[in-house]
Ligand binder design. Structure first.
Ligand SMILES: NC(=O)c1ccc[n+]([C@@H]2O[C@H](COP(=O)([O-])OP(=O)(O)OC[C@H]3O[C@@H](n4cnc5c(N)ncnc54)[C@H](O)[C@@H]3O)[C@@H](O)[C@H]2O)c1
Length: 325
């Protein structure tokens, strides 16, 4: 049965890939996005234009409407939920920069926590059956215990951004307890791929290779990241939409961390050039390791990441090249 789904942050990197996955199976999707200026909003408009351009390939019944608005506009959020009677909300809208959140706690909490409260209230008031929230591997903080398990303590976030995401995970439990809301927090691990955010490492490395821009390499490249291809993340989100299960926190990673230096080499091979790297010490907000245990995602969601780092980087590069003037 096709579903009616509200996707917040629909014009963004993960949002636009998620909308694409939902439309491909015939859902009716309403996107809500403020085209926030954290990075160039024109890039987000291109994401939306790409979605619309594929309309001829959507199955019968699929529909997409984009509402330009802010999740902090409580009346708007309630109006949309009342009007559309959504089966599910995929809540991806957020300010998402770890380092950018330093000194911006008030703003990050306003968007990521207060804005989310509007979404939770609207889900409660309008009987939304499934609430899927974008959390992050950064809630694990700096830890030697790998792989990261959902039951690990997450009480030492290194910056306001992961603190705001952890706050929402906790709030989700309160809504589940009090209002029987089905709430699934998905902890994404270093997502990359087509429509990549330009402030993220994978994109910056391509800018460096193609335009000679210098990019900081922290800790001599001795960082490990559980790089996860965006289409695999979108498939995990869709699975979570379809399987409301009370309250759950679930890792979505690939489960195979890669040393940053090796990731750089794969990118350089695909793009046929060299990145200009400048060694810099580890920023206080960053962790040295991310490594997802994905057994729970496999069990509860049937999640099975399909894309190797080489395949994912190839797809990222194809997309990036296509967007160059
Ligand atoms: N990219 C990753 O590796 C990663 C990892 C962990 C978690 N996440 C989370 O996944 C979600 C999507 O991240 P992304 O990488 O696609 O980022 P993104 O910045 O590309 O997408 C976020 C979208 O939310 C919109 N937005 C911001 N503030 C808004 C507001 N007040 N009202 C309405 N819309 C607003 C932005 O305009 C943007 O289009 C975020 O919640 C982020 O915290 C991302």
């Amino acid at each position: 049965m096709p579903k009616r789904i509200l996707v917040t942050g629909a014009a963004g990197f993960i949002g636009s890939n998620t909308v694409e996955a939902l439309l491909a199976r015939g859902d009716t999707v309403v996107g809500l996005d403020s085209f926030d200026a954290y990075y160039d909003p024109q890039l987000k408009r291109r994401n939306v234009a790409e979605l619309r351009a594929a309309q001829a390939h959507w199955p019968a019944g699929a529909a997409f409407e984009l509402v330009e608005g802010d999740i902090r506009d409580e009346a708007l959020v309630h109006r949309l939920c009342k009007q559309h009677r959504f089966d599910a909300i995929v809540h991806l809208a957020a300010l998402a920069g770890v380092r950018a959140s330093i000194g911006q706690a008030k703003l990050y909490y306003d968007v990521n926590v207060n804005g989310t409260i509007h979404m939770l209230d609207a889900a409660r008031d309008h009987g939304v059956g499934s609430f899927v929230f974008a959390s992050t591997s950064s809630v694990y903080g700096e830890t030697d215990k790998v792989p990261f398990l959902e039951t690990d303590p997450c009480d030492k976030p290194l910056a306001p951004y992961p603190a705001s995401k952890r706050a929402v995970e906790l709030l989700g439990y309160a809504y589940h307890n009090l209002h029987a809301l089905n709430f699934t927090a998905l902890r994404f691990f270093t997502v990359y791929g087509p429509r990549n955010r330009p402030d993220m490492m994978a994109h910056k490395l391509l800018d460096s290779i193609t335009q000679g821009k210098s990019v900081p390499l922290y800790n001599g490249g001795e960082l490990r990241r559980d790089w996860t291809f965006v289409k695999d993340i979108a498939a995990g989100i869709v699975a979570a939409v379809d399987r409301p299960q009370g309250y759950e926190i679930i890792n979505l990673g690939r489960g195979e961390p890669v040393v940053l230096g090796d990731f750089v080499r794969v990118l350089e091979e695909c793009a046929g050039g060299k990145a200009k790297l400048s060694n810099e010490p580890m920023p206080a907000a960053d962790v040295t390791y991310t490594f997802a245990d994905i057994a729970k995602a496999r069990r509860l969601l049937g999640y099975a990441p399909q894309t190797s780092v080489r395949e994912g980087v190839q797809a990222l590069w194809q997309w990036y090249r296509g967007r160059q003037p």
